[in-house]
Design a protein around this ligand. Sequence first.
Ligand code: DX5
Ligand code: ZN
Length: 225
Amino acid sequence: MTPPTPPWICPSILAADFARLGDEVSNVLAAGADTIHFDVMDNHYVPNLSVGPLVLSALRKAGIDACVDVHLMVKPVDRLVKEFLLAGADYITVHPESTEHLHRTLSMIHDGGAKAGLVFNPATPLEALEPVIEMIDLVLIMSVNPGFGGQAFIPSSLEKLRQARGLIDACSRDIRLQIDGGVKIDNIGAAAAAGADAFVAGTAIFGADNYAATISAMREEIAHT
Ligand code: DX5
Ligand code: ZN
């Protein structure tokens, strides 16, 4: 899979209607989404439970061939990395707190043919990035505490984005800088101005009546930064 050209709009399936998940994913792709953001929660690393690799396999079997970025909020993480590689993930993003051996986990992702992401919670400094940045394809900055959709964007995430942008620009790899949590039409421009080039949005897209109009409005805001 050739990754889409940034900027990316990445609808989070967490806010989709799960009774019609295949249609929801097809509709949001037809509306202009670049990747499908697949939030995986285990009721241990985060206090919520969502979906596992069976659901991604089902979407693949149903013909969804778009880029899927899997955000693993699970601990321990390695066994599920393997499952999601088999299920057809394109990007797999892990929290540094979820693994004792981050280098090994990132190696597993690459060895399995996927791209590797590293995600930072609001209170987690970017320290873990530097030693492994040559293995990273995506940096995800959480702008809410992970576990639930529909939370408010934490403003200090913008400064974190600027720091991450500096580290990425100092490195020769093609690395996406993704923001996740409370992203809406009225704050996506600020996230873009702070350096983000991939934007996760759950409720702002799936909660809207018109997915295409919402995604276009987001792109307009990004373009005007
Ligand atoms: C939170 C998830 C997010 C979230 C996005 O733990 O990682 O992807 O569900 O949803 P909204 O856009 O509703 O904040
Ligand atoms: Zn997420």
